[in-house]
Design a protein around this ligand. Structure first.
Ligand SMILES: *[C@@H]1O[C@H](CO)[C@@H](O)[C@H](O)[C@H]1NC(C)=O
Ligand SMILES: *[C@@H]1O[C@H](CO)[C@@H](O)[C@H](O)[C@H]1NC(C)=O
Ligand SMILES: *[C@@H]1O[C@H](CO)[C@@H](O)[C@H](O)[C@H]1NC(C)=O
Ligand SMILES: *[C@@H]1O[C@H](CO)[C@@H](O)[C@H](O)[C@H]1NC(C)=O
Ligand SMILES: *[C@@H]1O[C@H](CO)[C@@H](O)[C@H](O)[C@H]1NC(C)=O
Ligand SMILES: *[C@@H]1O[C@H](CO)[C@@H](O)[C@H](O)[C@H]1NC(C)=O
Ligand SMILES: *[C@@H]1O[C@H](CO)[C@@H](O)[C@H](O)[C@H]1NC(C)=O
Ligand SMILES: *[C@@H]1O[C@H](CO)[C@@H](O)[C@H](O)[C@H]1NC(C)=O
Ligand SMILES: *[C@@H]1O[C@H](CO)[C@@H](O)[C@H](O)[C@H]1NC(C)=O
Ligand SMILES: *[C@@H]1O[C@H](CO)[C@@H](O)[C@H](O)[C@H]1NC(C)=O
Ligand SMILES: *[C@@H]1O[C@H](CO)[C@@H](O)[C@H](O)[C@H]1NC(C)=O
Ligand SMILES: *[C@@H]1O[C@H](CO)[C@@H](O)[C@H](O)[C@H]1NC(C)=O
Length: 786
């Protein structure tokens, strides 16, 4: 009796907990393997619940609704429940039916002694030597090398030249039939490699090439929280893979309609949520190809297709009827031999089809331009890798096809299209709003002496007299406030346009160098969350900067000076946070220059009439070149409360010091309290957050009418940004994603850093008197006393 009981217990526990098939223990139809941590199960199943079509498949053991993510014998079911999955002497996995006919077998290239098959926690079914288990190199075979329609974390899709593998995902034919449909997903290794979704021999969708961080055509993968994406492109392999943190369950699937879906498991609802899919719209769908060669697609425009600058419709009559499939042709022939051709840059593009493009990983962007100019067939170039300041060169020598433009400044990549000089000149005159008004007031006298020597400013120089009259001789009535380097005036030009004029104080810290710095910088930067510089003026000692006018002044005014009942509601606060984040993302990652602002604070965030934030004041900004990621200065400039510890203490500035200032701003926006003096908003928020009642810090002027989740995410992002160690702080791409994310998925912030007003510095100069009604806050310059 006792013996029988023990036997029963043993066989029962084996039935539920086994993850391994051995020669003596094959897997019968009524058994399953369960991975060690209980995530995955493997066994026989019928997609249509009939007993006469049995497949060996993999699913999530704990999920109520069964989602099959891998099938062994997808083309050859066992016709009744007599099938067995077993392992042969040499290590081949085989599925046999009752009369021992082999229905499916793993294709082994090597023999293995003492073979066992094990279902790993990752969902990978591997064959290995039972006595040699030191990782992936010892697997004689793995299911991950033969995906079905689903890519799991840790799986690689793409080509392994050494192992001679070409891993693709192929959709099921239908819900009840796992056999391969014509839809498949692969890595196209030609030209600059990219993801490709196909229907038979037809391309359905391409991702755009991998640029070191993401595919140029997949904006959303910037970085999902809890994900790592990797793209390997070398002699041995060209593969794409991703990992997730243990709390995130995700899959990438080609579904039966030929759509590539990224899904996330949501535990609370017990369901898969599709978080993104491709193709998204007509512009994405290569079967439609709405815009032919040399046309750019933008679904937000009407019509969707537009010829690239310097090109005109090939079939104007068809174009008129919105048929753009013939695409566009060059207006003016290239002048290759004479060397007068130039380049027009299109920003935020999903790069044109790269299957015929060539890539030189060793060439810089400048070298790339030279290479393109020296090759008469070159039509365009772009940077291959945007990481670490950028490297690598993609050259197109044929038509530019499947080109799309994103309206979002933080998406896509710059594409440099080669044009004849005359088409470039036309474009400049048409794009420049300055030129249109040049007759009225942009008289350029002898004033532009120093600047014009370098001649790298495509910026109008203003006549001092015009500005005098626009600002009513810099009258006190027109004064908007006192900036770090002098007063700012409102002005109105002859044509009625309102402007803001920054008049640099003669004694200002901002000398000619800083002045030029700011002018050159902002003139090159254009983003809807950066304030626009309209022009400048130098006359004798006078240095003036002309900006677009921001009717709503600056953020500090709204946050710290308005009576509580006029406070900003959450929607506007969130819009401001997102706008600043996008502006900063552009500065750090997406503009042609890599810019560190160095003086981000509430008074430098201006608000337009719709309360859109615009980052201003670039007098302190620095451009980083090459793979420079960190700078060091002996002259620490910035504003207390916003300065990261490493910057204030050691003069080290980087994207991470800007991220710190951004974090302070976010916390100020949420709490409505200023981060200065003895009161450190970040410290207070941190303390209440640790105690679990961070909502208590939310600006009471918002009442209780705000979405708690969104506010919580923002608080957490703010805290992550002000962490003491720069390496713990996120970069702006992650910040943007996190701001839209679920606060529960965000990492746990560490203690914030504080740059306290302390000993090792002396103030070199303070340029303005504090003024409570001032909307342009004061900056201080610190000099390291060591
Ligand atoms: C199962 O199918 C095999 C082959 O089709 C057949 O030989 C066998 O008799 C069947 N067994 C049962 C129990 O139906
Ligand atoms: C075993 O069954 C298959 C059908 O599943 C059949 O085609 C084959 O002839 C059978 N072989 C023997 C030896 O019975
Ligand atoms: C594996 O072993 C079988 C016999 O056990 C033999 O026929 C076969 O050639 C071997 N294959 C390799 C790749 O060594
Ligand atoms: C990989 O497989 C896909 C689908 O069969 C094919 O189109 C592609 O050319 C293959 N790639 C390589 C490098 O063989
Ligand atoms: C995922 O993790 C595995 C194992 O740690 C590692 O080999 C692989 O490179 C990682 N892949 C990515 C995309 O991070
Ligand atoms: C992503 O990669 C980083 C660095 O390799 C690692 O520290 C982190 O744990 C990874 N995250 C996931 C989700 O795999
Ligand atoms: C495939 O995915 C798309 C996008 O998520 C969805 O609209 C479509 O219904 C899916 N098709 C099937 C058969 O599930
Ligand atoms: C190149 O320059 C020569 C001489 O200036 C001119 O005649 C010719 O038209 C130019 N070629 C092109 C393609 O513009
Ligand atoms: C690539 O080149 C081939 C052969 O010249 C041509 O048929 C094909 O259309 C080109 N593809 C693209 C995307 O330009
Ligand atoms: C690129 O540079 C590396 C290291 O500088 C060198 O080993 C490699 O040969 C170069 N490749 C090409 C294609 O020039
Ligand atoms: C631009 O990107 C942001 C952040 O990813 C997103 O919230 C927003 O909806 C996008 N805007 C458009 C028009 O797609
Ligand atoms: C510039 O504008 C003029 C007049 O509006 C127009 O005729 C011309 O085609 C435009 N040039 C370009 C390159 O778009």
């Amino acid at each position: 009796m006792a013996t029988l009981l023990i036997l029963l217990v043993i066989s029962f526990s084996q039935a539920i907990a086994r993850d391994t098939i051995t020669q003596t223990k094959p897997l019968a139809d009524n058994e399953i393997l369960i991975s060690g941590d209980g995530t995955y199960a493997l066994g026989f199943f019928s997609p249509d619940n009939s007993k006469n079509r049995r497949y060996v498949g993999l699913w999530y053991y704990k999920h109520k609704e069964r989602t099959i993510v891998w099938v062994a014998n997808r083309e050859n079911p066992v016709t009744n429940s007599t099938g067995v999955l077993s392992i042969s002497n040499e290590g081949s996995l085989v599925i046999t039916n009752q009369n021992s006919t082999v229905v499916w077998s793993s294709r082994m290239t090597t023999n293995v002694s003492n073979p066992v098959a094990q279902l790993l926690n990752t969902g990978n079914l591997v064959v290995r030597d039972a006595y040699a288990d030191d990782g992936i190199s010892t697997y004689a075979w793995q299911g991950f090398d033969y995906p079905t329609d689903t890519m799991l974390a840790g799986m690689k899709v793409g080509v392994d030249f050494v192992k001679r593998l070409n891993r693709t995902l192929t959709a099921w034919t239908s819900d009840s039939d796992p056999s391969p449909s014509p839809y498949y997903f692969m890595i196209d290794v030609r030209g600059d490699p990219e993801e490709l979704l196909c229907e038979g021999s037809k391309k359905v969708w391409r991702s755009g090439p991998w640029n070191g961080i993401r595919y140029s055509g997949i904006p959303a993968t910037l970085t999902y929280i809890g994900f790592n994406f990797s793209f390997i492109n070398n002699e041995q392999e060209i593969t794409y893979s991703y990992n997730t943190s243990s709390s995130v369950l995700s899959k990438l699937t080609v579904n039966q309609s030929g759509v590539l879906q990224r899904s996330l498991w949501v535990e609370d609802s017990g369901m898969w949520n599709v978080i993104w899919y491709w193709p998204i719209d007509q512009c994405d769908d290569m079967r439609v190809r709405p815009c032919g060669p040399f046309a750019a697609c933008n679904p937000n425009n009407s019509p969707m297709c537009d010829c690239i600058q310097g090109f005109k419709p090939k079939s104007p009559a068809k174009w008129l009827y919105r048929d753009a499939m013939d695409g566009c042709v060059r207006k003016t022939k290239l002048d290759c031999k004479n060397g007068t051709d130039g380049f027009h840059v299109i920003s935020n593009t999903k790069l044109a089809d790269t299957s015929n493009a060539s890539v030189d990983k060793n060439l810089s962007l400048v070298g790339c331009k030279t290479k393109c100019l020296s090759d008469c067939s070159c039509t365009a170039y772009a940077q291959a890798d945007v990481l670490n300041g950028g490297s690598g060169c993609i050259i197109w020598t044929s038509e530019l096809t499947d080109l799309r433009v994103f309206i979002n400044d933080s998406y896509g990549q710059d594409l440099y299209v080669r044009l004849a000089a005359i088409d470039l000149a036309m474009q400049e005159s048409n794009n420049s709003s300055f030129h249109d008004r040049s007759n009225q007031w942009f008289a350029s006298g002898n004033d532009h002496l120093e600047l014009s020597q370098k001649n790298d400013l495509e910026l109008p120089l203003h006549d001092f007299g015009t500005i005098l009259s626009a600002t009513e001789n810099f009258s006190a009535n027109n004064k908007l406030g006192e900036g770090g380097f002098g007063p700012v005036y409102k002005g109105r030009l002859g044509d009625g346009q309102e402007i803001a004029v920054k008049r640099l104080a003669k004694s200002s810290v901002q000398g000619l160098v800083e002045f030029k710095n700011e002018v050159v910088l902002i003139a090159k930067l254009q983003h809807r969350n950066l304030v626009r510089l309209l022009g400048c003026c130098i006359k004798g000692e006078e240095r003036l900067l002309v900006y677009e006018y921001m009717p709503n002044k600056s953020l500090d005014f709204f946050l710290f000076c308005k009576p509580k009942e006029e406070g900003l509601d959450w929607q506007i606060r969130f819009k401001i946070i997102m706008g600043i984040a996008r502006g900063l993302l552009y500065l750090h990652h997406d503009s042609r220059l890599r810019v560190i602002h160095r003086d981000l604070k509430a008074s430098n965030i201006l608000l337009d009439k719709d309360m859109n934030p615009k980052i201003s004041d670039f007098g302190m900004a620095r451009i980083f070149g090459g793979d420079e990621v960190e700078g060091n200065t002996r002259k620490v400039v910035g504003t207390y409360g916003y300065m990261s510890p490493e910057y204030a203490m050691d003069g080290i500035f980087s994207q991470k010091s800007d991220v710190f200032s951004f974090g302070v701003l976010v916390l100020e926006i949420i709490t409505g309290k200023k981060n200065r003096g003895v009161y450190l908003a970040s410290g207070e928020v941190w303390n209440s957050w640790k105690e679990g009642n961070s909502l208590q810090m939310v600006d009471e002027s918002m009442g209780y009418s705000y979405p708690i989740n969104e506010v919580m995410s923002c608080i957490k992002v703010g805290l992550l940004c002000v962490q003491n160690h720069p390496e713990d702080r996120p970069l702006m791409p992650s910040v943007l994603v996190m701001l839209n994310g679920d606060s529960a998925l965000l990492p746990y912030p560490k203690e914030p850093g504080f740059a306290v007003r302390s000993v090792p510095y002396q103030m070199e100069s303070v340029s303005s008197k504090p003024n409570s009604s001032s909307t342009y806050d004061m900056s201080v310059t610190l000099v390291q006393g060591r």
